[in-house]
Design a protein around this ligand. Structure first.
Ligand code: PDD
Length: 285
């Protein structure tokens, strides 16, 4: 079924939407994006996604093409026009169309594109079964904290994991420490029950779900350590999981062929998923 998409001020059937051949998003991956989940037709942690969007834009010296209120209204209309009860809203902002040059163009008008995806986020097969991940070298650039549309390295990692028959990739830096998943943040739970996830830096995306989940974990008196962990430490952990707007909290049951614990989703991941879903339902706007 054809979706309604938003492109630079217009709401159009996806077949009719157009973007310039000279758009720098297409030529140079000169753009940023956000993905906001929708539960019961409402936006989850929209303020968090907008805050990170502004940070990404500022790091790339790009302006917001519309006001905050307009962007929220566009999100809402996308949800309504596409009848999204549960799913995702993708929003992309590029520097816009300009003659091809490595220098940022003066006065280009940013492009703003939104589209939706219907997705069963709560009743997810991956959440029930848990994911099997393969570790792969992290081939990305050094500003992974900026949510840009240059996604080929994680896409290649995911394909390499799938070629091994696995569900997703965990990317690993030169020193053997896990950075994050192909499109999610990565966590382990030690045998002593401590949740470990890499600290915030330019090495990883500062996940909006990560922030919420760590705060719920601390509120529930769980011990949290923000530090790097190796693949070997992860394989020896009691359990593991990922977080993202599109997966919420999803257990990981196997890393490079080594089953974690009894090979089933662990209790910490399951509990955090329940808390995250309940709190997100309450707070969605
Ligand atoms: N991905 N790390 C990476 C590399 C990501 O691409 C994402 C999100 C996350 C989690 O961030 P958040 O909790 O804010 O969704 C971490 C989105 C969902 C995507 O590209 O589809």
């Amino acid at each position: 079924m054809s979706r309604i998409v938003y492109v630079n001020g217009e709401y159009l059937p996806e077949e009719e939407a157009k973007i310039s051949v000279f758009d720098r998003g297409f030529l140079m991956a000169d753009g940023v994006y956000e993905v906001t989940s929708v539960l019961e037709g409402r936006l989850v942690d929209f303020a968090g996604h907008m805050a990170r969007l502004k940070r990404s834009l500022a790091e790339l010296d790009m302006a917001m093409p519309v006001t905050d209120a307009e962007l929220e209204a566009i999100h809402r209309r996308m949800v309504a026009d596409n009848g999204i009860e549960e799913g995702l809203v993708y929003m992309q902002i590029t520097r816009g169309a300009a003659d091809r040059d490595f220098a940022y163009p003066e006065g280009a008008t940013p492009s703003l594109v939104l589209f939706t995806q219907k997705k069963a986020l709560i009743d997810s097969a991956a959440a029930k079964a848990g994911l099997r991940v393969a570790t792969l070298p992290d081939l990305r650039w050094k500003r992974r904290d900026i949510k840009t549309v240059q996604l080929l390295a994680p896409s290649m990692a995911k394909m390499a994991a799938k070629a091994q028959g696995k569900d997703d990739a965990w990317m690993v830096d030169e020193d053997g420490f896990v950075t994050e998943g192909s499109s999610n943040n990565a966590y382990i739970v030690t045998k002593a029950g401590t949740i470990v996830t890499r600290h915030l830096s330019n090495d990883i995306l500062h996940g909006i779900t990560r922030k919420a989940v760590l705060s719920f974990a601390r509120e529930a008196q769980m011990k949290v350590e923000e530090r790097p962990f190796t693949v070997a430490e992860a394989q020896d952990a009691a359990e593991a999981f990922i977080t993202s707007a599109s997966s919420f909290v999803t257990p990981v049951v196997e890393i490079d062929g080594t089953a974690l614990g009894d090979g089933a989703p662990g209790p910490v991941a399951r509990r955090l998923r329940e808390i995250y879903v309940a709190e997100s339902r309450k707070a969605a706007v």
